[in-house]
Design a protein around this ligand. Structure first.
Ligand SMILES: [Zn+2]
Length: 328
């Protein structure tokens, strides 16, 4: 089976300084493609570099709602340049986040906002609107982050002309009632490993309401570490804090297969077809970069892959949850 990670941040320094090593390790675990999402002007060059080196990386460039207040006056020009220079790029990660506005300043900085903290929702909306306009003009797939801001996001989407390529709601956390309208507006929905936490069990009904031809799966690495039963590859950042890696996608897919009651082969085929339609295929030329690194990245401590004692459909019950409810 082949798997496609609909959303990660391979450029994030918490994954160490050898992201190409992760691509190779992920390829060996059956991960045939991944969308690597930029979040701010500072990380777009690294996303470009990774996409240039790895045929299996589809880049996306966007201003994340947590990074809106750090933007320079030239942010839109810089974004246009990235899109011009990287023809297969999508737009993202862009979106709205009201959850972050309730966090303390220290917590915001710890989570990765810039020193000025998060921008007010009106400013997030303005910046999102400009990014959606660019995606519309260029016919790009858009990856949207939405946390506790569903009302404003729906209003924004309803007022605009429909996005020609549609959009992906990454790590979908909205209600079941919104699903039909979002589908009409052109949404795809991706499920992350975080959804496999037992305390998220009530959300399974929402995922089951998603039409199968709009379904994708993601790691959101290095964030949204799944419960331990659904981790195949344990890693920590330079400070010893557990991080998620793109390698975990195949194991997350097993969890999602259980959650949705879809046989694993069927899920793989459906997610691949959806990926190809929405993002377009990875470039020909193999799934990994021309390097032979097999172990993890420098600066990232890795434990051995999990043994076979991991979870199954009937026994995933871990309560361990080292990540915050927020995601990026
Ligand atoms: Zn993200």
């Amino acid at each position: 089976m082949r798997w496609f990670d609909a959303h990660n941040h391979l450029q994030d320094p918490r994954l160490g300084n050898d992201p190409l090593g992760w691509v190779t390790t992920a390829a060996a675990a059956g991960i045939a493609g991944m969308v690597v999402n930029g979040t701010c002007e500072g990380d777009w060059p690294e996303v470009r570099r990774l996409a240039a080196l790895c045929p299996s990386v589809i880049p996306a460039f966007g201003l994340h709602p947590w990074r809106v207040s750090d933007r320079s006056p030239q942010w839109r020009d810089a974004l246009i340049e990235c899109l011009d220079q990287t023809p297969r790029a999508g737009l993202g990660e862009a979106g709205l986040d009201r959850w972050i506005l309730d966090q303390s300043q220290d917590r915001c900085i710890e989570l990765g906002t810039g020193p000025q903290g998060p921008a007010p929702l009106e400013v997030q909306l303005e910046v999102l609107d400009q990014q959606l306009a660019l995606a519309s003009e260029r016919g790009l797939p858009v990856t949207v982050h939405c946390l506790k801001a569903w009302g404003p996001l729906m209003e924004c989407l309803r007022q605009r002309p429909r996005l020609p390529r549609g959009f992906l709601l990454h790590s979908y956390g909205g209600s079941v009632e919104l699903v039909p309208e979002l589908v009409r507006l052109g949404a795809h929905f991706s499920i992350s490993g975080h959804s496999l936490h037992p305390r998220k069990a009530s959300h399974a009904a929402v995922f089951r309401a998603i039409p199968r031809d709009r379904l994708l799966i993601e790691t959101d690495a290095p964030d949204q570490l799944p419960p331990a039963d659904w981790v195949s590859h344990f890693a920590t950042d330079a400070r010893g804090i557990p991080v998620n890696s793109p390698v975990n996608l195949a194991r997350i897919a097993e969890g999602v297969s259980c959650l949705l009651g879809i046989p694993i082969e069927e899920l793989a085929a459906q997610c691949e077809a959806n990926w190809m339609r929405f993002f377009g295929p990875p470039l020909p030329g193999g799934t990994g970069p021309p390097v032979t690194v097999l172990a993890g990245s420098a600066g990232v401590a890795e434990a051995a892959p999990a043994s076979d004692s991991g979870g199954s459909c009937s026994d995933h019950r871990s309560e361990r949850d080292p990540v915050p409810d927020g995601f990026r």
